[in-house]
Write a protein that binds this ligand. Sequence first.
Ligand code: HEC
Ligand code: HEC
Length: 209
Amino acid sequence: MNFRTVFISVVMWLAAAQAWAAGDADAGKSLYPVCTACHGPAGAGNQAMNAPKLAGQENWYLITQMRLFQNNARGSAPGDMQGMQMAAMAKGPQLASDEALQNLAAYISTFPDEPPAVTVSGDVENGKALYVVCAACHGDRAQGIEAMAGPRLAGQNDWYLVSQINKYKNGQRGYHDSDHGGRQMRPMVATLVDDKAVNDVVAYINSLQ
Ligand code: HEC
Ligand code: HEC
């Protein structure tokens, strides 16, 4: 093999690896039907099922959360009924491989990212002041910062943001030693001293959509 052949095969191998890493949305489609009952056919979320919007969330975060559920790092705390429900779903044998999760996330990323209905109101100005500390990890537009492991919050169901902030506060999220992201998030909610503060910061995040 001369240098040129080696070079070309390395490039082709990298291209194939890249295609795999990006996931195959067609293959992911066959894994999604089980999710529709709670998250909706296009991942818009369903408050009656406590199931959040998945459309518009970044692939790296969807995959991280699926792994946390699979490893009992999320959805295992006593009393976390919704987390337990979701953990059971994540443990389906068809979702065990990295490739399956990549494909599923690729399919979810084809869903239209519609702004959800606003259900939480609060003092947006106060929320803006409270959000200053959040921006370091979630971005100044709440768009998410992968390098900080901080997910996108803008465009998420506001009732879900409230419920998750309360779970960090009561220790149901960030419960497990191996949930490093959740452990990081827990002290961050200390500034949200009461329900009013939680609603205010979420009302501000709503305004960033
Ligand atoms: C029985 C209802 C149900 C089904 C079916 C279900 N989920 Fe969930 N899912 C939930 C609930 C409830 C939550 C919120 C858990 C919590 O409050 O911590 C959730 C949370 C999630 C999260 C975390 C999102 C975030 O931003 O924190 C992801 C990702 C997710 N589900 C993906 C899926 C996928 C993919 C499927 C199909 C394989 C699926 N779910 C099937 C109920 C369900
Ligand atoms: C030091 C970085 C950091 C800061 C600062 C921070 N967060 Fe987070 N946040 C994270 C990480 C990492 C996660 C993912 C944790 C996990 O996997 O449970 C997260 C998750 C969340 C979630 C769950 C979203 C979902 O879809 O699952 C909410 C809501 C949230 N943060 C709100 C806030 C708010 C509000 C503030 C400011 C008061 C804040 N965060 C400050 C790092 C941070």
